[in-house]
Design a protein around this ligand. Sequence first.
Ligand SMILES: NC(=O)c1ccc[n+]([C@@H]2O[C@H](COP(=O)([O-])OP(=O)(O)OC[C@H]3O[C@@H](n4cnc5c(N)ncnc54)[C@H](OP(=O)(O)O)[C@@H]3O)[C@@H](O)[C@H]2O)c1
Length: 295
Amino acid sequence: MRLVVTGREGQVAASLLEAGRRRAGVEVIAIGRPELDLARPDMVIEAIAAAKPDIVVSAAAYTAVDQAEDEPDLAFAVNAVGAGKVAEAASRLGVPVIHLSTDYVFDGSKDSAYVETDATAPASAYGASKLAGEQAVAAASPHHLILRTAWVYSPFGKNFVKTMLRLAADRDEIAVVADQWGNPTSALDVADAILHAAAQLNDGKSFAGIYHLAGTGEANWSGFARHILDTSRVSGGPWARVRDIATIDYPTKARRPANSRLSSAKFASAFGWDAPDWRKSTETVVRRLLIDGTK
Ligand SMILES: NC(=O)c1ccc[n+]([C@@H]2O[C@H](COP(=O)([O-])OP(=O)(O)OC[C@H]3O[C@@H](n4cnc5c(N)ncnc54)[C@H](OP(=O)(O)O)[C@@H]3O)[C@@H](O)[C@H]2O)c1
């Protein structure tokens, strides 16, 4: 089974490349800029066809949530038009596409975990561009799996876990938002889930639709930070005190949902795969980062 993933250096792409190296019968190829630029839709079909996928994983995206408020056209070009072209490329080749989307398609007003049938209402340009991407993917390919994930961290790329460890190395106290709730999700787990689902798609099973796929258990950002730093301390790494602050005390350009918890029950029952508890997965990534470094 040959998976072609978009975005070479991204957290999910890098995690899939690593997971693919460990699995017999699975080959993962990553394609990214310059040969695949999602902002240049004219080059997408050819670049994907040249990689000869059995399954396309559409993980590349414009992910700078705050910057997207200043350049919404670019965010839409990449996350909506570009994602649609990736799905069209897969469809033309007659292969399934697994597309990554986000919890930020929701506005956060629900007081429990979101399910796939809940109404979307993105509060940011990034969220709106990703929602438009879901619609473009679904329109371009009947054989699509849209996986909404959330709060992604990993040993790769830029993420919250790396930021906390870096800050703790030269501060005694870190102020972290305590009134936004979600599901911290390891990209290593997302990669595992994608390979699990891809094997079933490759066997011809059809599961078209939207699925939530996030770490088990919920947290707010400050609780997540405390667990990262406590794990670091017991493993001999840096530690700092975490001070709870409110979203209003940490203004950002993009509005983020107060609650973006996702229920992943539909994915678990369709594919027989459950995410580990976020605390366990966080411990795995923190320990790796303490050995490998946070650069
Ligand atoms: N990170 C999160 O917390 C989170 C949460 C929910 C959903 N998601 C979704 O999950 C997916 C994977 O996220 P991630 O954390 O792995 O993302 P990431 O680490 O930010 O990586 C994004 C990747 O997209 C590539 N990219 C950006 N613009 C591109 C363009 N115009 N053409 C081609 N490639 C381009 C980047 O390439 P360069 O290396 O060249 O910059 C990078 O490899 C994305 O669809 C994201 O929207 C992420």
